[in-house]
Design a protein around this ligand. Sequence first.
Ligand SMILES: CC(C)(COP(=O)(O)OP(=O)(O)OC[C@H]1O[C@@H](n2cnc3c(N)ncnc32)[C@H](O)[C@@H]1OP(=O)(O)O)[C@@H](O)C(=O)NCCC(=O)NCCS
Length: 128
Amino acid sequence: MTIISSHQVSINKMKSNLFEGWKIQCDSNTAGYVKFNPKVDGIFKSHVTVDIKIPKQLRGRNIGRIALRKAMKASSYSTFVAHLRKSNTPSKRMLAAVGFQVFNHPKSSQLCMVIIVDPSTRSRGVGG
Ligand SMILES: CC(C)(COP(=O)(O)OP(=O)(O)OC[C@H]1O[C@@H](n2cnc3c(N)ncnc32)[C@H](O)[C@@H]1OP(=O)(O)O)[C@@H](O)C(=O)NCCC(=O)NCCS
């Protein structure tokens, strides 16, 4: 399994007024997408939920965590929330590697993981 390094992964912004999204490229190959869907609720207030997908044949090479870090750095949001099935170990490991922490959500039976990025440290804080 070839582990990918950061400079091999790039993200290209999709045009949408509904979400912030980027197509992922690894070297010259398309490698899935990462999307942030804006939400407001009583727990996190203004935040985005994370939707990321890497093609099966490219999983487990760090592409997901690199692309997610780059998208978070490019995002205008600070609070990132992921809802996933408790059995989704690859997502949990990828999110933990990026710095997400498990949040005990009072209204969800899914696993909820959260990271809040300090806007003043965004340029260096979440890495690339
Ligand atoms: C979640 C997903 C985006 C991760 O992408 P990725 O490029 O494989 O992510 P990374 O390589 O950065 O990290 C994957 C981690 O899961 C681990 N992993 C991979 N396959 C695994 C498996 N079958 N069982 C357990 N762990 C697994 C890897 O070892 C790695 O963890 P580690 O570095 O601690 O060892 C990808 O698996 C995917 O598209 N899944 C389907 C969609 C989905 O669940 N999206 C998440 C919604 S938030």
